[in-house]
Design a protein around this ligand. Structure first.
Ligand code: 8OZ
Length: 366
């Protein structure tokens, strides 16, 4: 029996989604190497997945400095805007909806990926204990330099410009990436933020940048077309916090002032176990938010249906299942088996493991 509730239409912000199955943001490193530009192959990939209730694009750097990996797309140049336009047109032609995820990696980068070979920027000059991919191999991330207080306005403006570009590129909305140990998460957490200015110290100070950015984004897009992703209990990219419940309770309560389309949480370790440490609770954090909630991390069809039935979850973002199943929505609807994901083709490369996963229809016709 299929899980009917997944196919109940839902209003997210001011968008009507035909189902509650969202395609999660997924880094695939397949932009054109020259200029980090999205192209036809990416348009084909997203269009294949347009039956999702909503697609969240892969994380896309808001500025050259915001880049942390080879071949990830940007949303800061005219060529990138034109490339993304191909993607949004292709998705819309198939009847879909797509938000772009706005990304600044902060310290999760390498000098070889930075403009002029400079050090990456971060709240504090502390290296992330993680690796990145520089186009040839995995390398330890470079020690960043701490952003000057006087640079914070520029960072906010880079997000603002990216939001304007996203509009020009034809997206239906934007998701602010504040998860997984990247720049905004580095500000939020006390292990990576040792600042003594207005952007460090207290929880209020550490989270200030997030709200300044949301304010700027809200001057470009209606709040109902803006979502935010957080990963309160994740340690992705070497991130940690001494009291994530207190930190993220503050963030989420304050988000209520913005009237956003949704709150999107990575529940547990990013791409890993859903189990939480003692004292941690996703349901408490969720209950603090007075708007729509997008759940993510390790969901299958049944777990998603159960979560939505409970009333706490409005939509569920699926990552890996959407990589291997362009027609995930149809497969869920028919309760059909799913394709296996090929881990060797996740990051980088061409059509193989990207646009060549078979639909159920193609399999039945063969
Ligand atoms: C996998 C590989 C590189 C980046 C994230 C943007 O974790 C990412 C990412 C995932 O949010």
């Amino acid at each position: 029996m299929r899980n009917e509730i997944l196919f109940d239409g839902v209003r997210l912000g001011d968008l009507d989604l035909p189902n509650r199955i969202v395609m999660a943001p997924l880094t695939r490193n397949r932009a054109l190497a020259d200029g980090d530009v999205p192209h036809e192959l990416n348009a084909e990939y997203y269009a294949q997945r347009a039956s999702a209730g909503l697609i969240i694009s892969e994380a896309s750097q808001i500025s050259p400095e915001g880049k942390g990996y080879a071949w990830t797309p940007g949303i800061h140049s005219d060529e990138q805007i034109a490339g993304w336009r191909k993607v949004t047109d292709a998705v819309h032609e198939q009847g879909g909806r797509i938000f772009i995820q706005l990304w600044h990696v902060g310290r999760v980068s390498h000098t070889s990926l930075q403009p002029g070979g400079q050090a990456p920027v971060a709240p504090s000059a502390l290296a992330a204990e993680t690796q990145t991919f520089d186009g040839k191999s995995f390398v330890p991330t470079s020690t960043p330099r701490a952003l000057e207080t006087s640079e914070m306005n520029r960072i906010v403006n880079d997000y603002r410009k990216a939001a304007i570009n996203a509009k020009e590129a034809g997206f239906d909305g934007i998701e602010l990436h504040a998860a997984n140990g990247y720049l905004l998460d580095q500000f939020i957490r006390d292990s990576s933020n040792k600042r003594t200015d207005a952007y460090g110290g207290s929880i209020e100070n550490r989270t200030r940048i997030v709200f300044e950015i949301l304010q700027a984004l809200g001057e470009v897009w209606p709040a109902k077309r803006i979502g935010i992703r957080l990963s309160p209990f994740s340690h992705a990219n070497g991130i940690s916090d001494s009291d994530p419940m207190a930190t993220f309770s503050h963030v989420i309560e304050k988000l209520n002032e913005f009237g956003l389309a949704y709150l999107h949480l990575v529940e547990g370790e990013t791409g890993g176990p859903r189990e939480l440490p003692e004292g941690a609770s996703i349901s408490i954090l969720r209950s603090l938010f007075k708007g729509n909630y997008m759940a993510n991390n390790g969901y299958d069809q049944d777990l998603a249906a159960e979560a939505i039935t409970s009333g706490d979850v409005d939509v569920v973002a699926f990552g890996r299942p959407f990589i291997a199943n362009p027609d995930l929505v149809e497969r869920f609807a028919e309760n059909s088996t799913l394709n296996e994901l090929d881990p060797d083709t996740l990051y980088g490369g061409g059509a193989k493991g990207y646009t060549d996963y078979a639909t159920m229809k193609a399999v039945l016709a063969a």
